[in-house]
Design a protein around this ligand. Structure first.
Ligand SMILES: [Zn+2]
Length: 429
């Protein structure tokens, strides 16, 4: 190569480098920041409150936290002296689309977000509806929490079990779909998981009908496709301890631990169910489950409020108290349809049950609906606490929620991915 040509190439490289630098500098200089000034920051990681803090939000993220942060004229600065700041609340067990039209779903999601819920984990819905509404939220045609959803899996027993297939996951005439698959031993699990992944799901939800060895196969196959592994704590025939040893990460429903007391579950769902009354409920030993859950870092998705509401699961509270004392992570989830006529979403009732009936400290209850809930969908690096580098999902309260659970509804501001949702900067839904 001749020297002139070399020189031209070199100059081009330098010029393009300079122009990249200039663009970067320009971008940084014009970046408008939102600064939340002088707040009491509830730190769910360190389980403490930091007073007189400033939180800096830029380009959807939390970019700085500190005292008396310097700001410039172009920054938006909100003085929040006397206010309390918590991470956006996460409902870790929803069924958003059940009985819902697109318009209902849109209203429900706006309602959740306006009440401080910035993410949800959905464990059984019509994935077509969720994928579409996620797109609308990203495009700012709608407002709502970030949605992490599941692809549902079960054996034939589930599909012949009443109307469940249609009401929960949006099926009508067809027997199964990419987001709700009939999976039997012998199936090609790579195809099963590739199909699940293609729906946009974050994880699989293993509903029921599997023994311990097949659960392991399912969990391993899901992980190959980078899918989280979620499911019921009782799998019929696999009992809770076996489920906790299977490679699943999040187990739903504390009340299901009563099935640990079934001496002979039989080979399938119907045989197990027919033996329910043989359980010696007063003497169910969940110690082996606790040991397995601790060893495998299981998260228990307790869903207590709905158990209390149903009134038919008297052991769920006692089990959860014991799990909590043992140090097992417990996530907060509602397992209930959204009702926009209620004064607040039921996730706050779930927190109340954790505190009032299971002996949770207020900060531990909050962790269940933030940091631990984020862990259920593998989202801790982005969600679940107020920390530099994380998404700016933030709720600002007038009063301290650690003193009184009702203070969760003293909402002053809701910020999601850096956008201020409340006070109203967007249209009313
Ligand atoms: Zn559920």
């Amino acid at each position: 190569m001749n020297t002139v040509l070399k020189g031209i190439i070199c100059l081009t490289v330098i010029l393009s480098f300079l122009s990249i630098q200039a663009q970067t500098v320009k971008k940084t200089n014009t970046q408008k920041r939102l600064i939340l000034r002088n707040v009491s920051l509830i730190d769910v990681e360190a389980k403490t409150i930091h007073k007189e803090m400033d939180i800096v939000i830029s380009d959807k993220k939390i970019t700085a936290i500190g005292q008396k942060v310097k700001y410039e004229e172009k920054d938006s600065v909100v003085d929040l002296t006397g206010k309390f700041v918590i991470p956006g609340i996460i409902d870790a067990h929803t069924h958003l689309t059940t009985f819902k039209s697109r318009e209902d779903l849109k209203k429900d999601l706006a309602y959740l977000l306006r009440h401080g819920i910035t993410s949800v984990r959905d464990v059984g819905s019509d994935a077509r509806q969720l994928a579409e509404i996620k797109r609308a939220i990203d495009a700012k045609e709608a407002i709502g929490p970030d949605i992490y959803y599941s692809a549902f899996m079960a054996t034939r027993d589930y599909f012949t079990h009443g109307q469940q297939k249609s009401w929960m996951v949006g099926l009508k005439d067809q027997e199964f779909a990419p987001w709700v698959q009939l999976v039997n031993p012998g199936d090609n699990l790579d195809i099963v998981m590739a199909t699940a992944k293609a729906t946009g799901a974050t994880g699989i939800k293993i509903y029921m009908g599997y023994d311990k060895s097949y659960l392991k196969n399912l969990a391993e196959a899901a992980k190959k496709f980078n899918l989280e592994v979620w499911g019921h704590a009782m799998q019929f025939p696999a009992k809770p301890t076996e489920v906790a040893l299977s490679g699943m990460k999040v187990l739903s429903h504390a009340y299901m631990l009563e099935w640990e007391g079934l001496t002979d579950p039989g080979k399938n769902v119907n045989v197990s169910l027919s033996r329910y009354n043989s359980i010696d409920f007063k003497n169910v030993n969940i110690d082996p489950f606790i040991e397995a859950a601790l060893t495998n870092n299981i998260i228990m998705d307790a869903t207590l409020w709905i158990s209390e509401k149903a009134g038919t699961y008297p052991h769920a509270i006692e089990f959860t108290k014991k799990l909590y004392k043992s140090g097992i992570k417990i996530s907060a989830g509602t397992d209930w349809s959204v009702d926009t006529k209620e004064p607040h979403p039921t996730i706050y009732d779930e927190l109340q049950v954790l505190i009032d009936k299971c002996g949770f400290t207020p900060i531990d209850a909050l962790r269940s609906a933030t940091l631990i809930a984020a862990e259920t969908f593998g989202g801790v690096s982005k969600k679940g606490s107020i920390a530099i580098g994380k998404d700016a999902d933030i709720v600002i309260l007038e009063a301290n929620p650690l003193e009184n659970i009702r203070n969760y509804q003293s909402i002053k501001m809701v910020i999601k991915n850096g956008d201020v949702i409340i006070p109203d900067s967007v249209k009313k839904y």
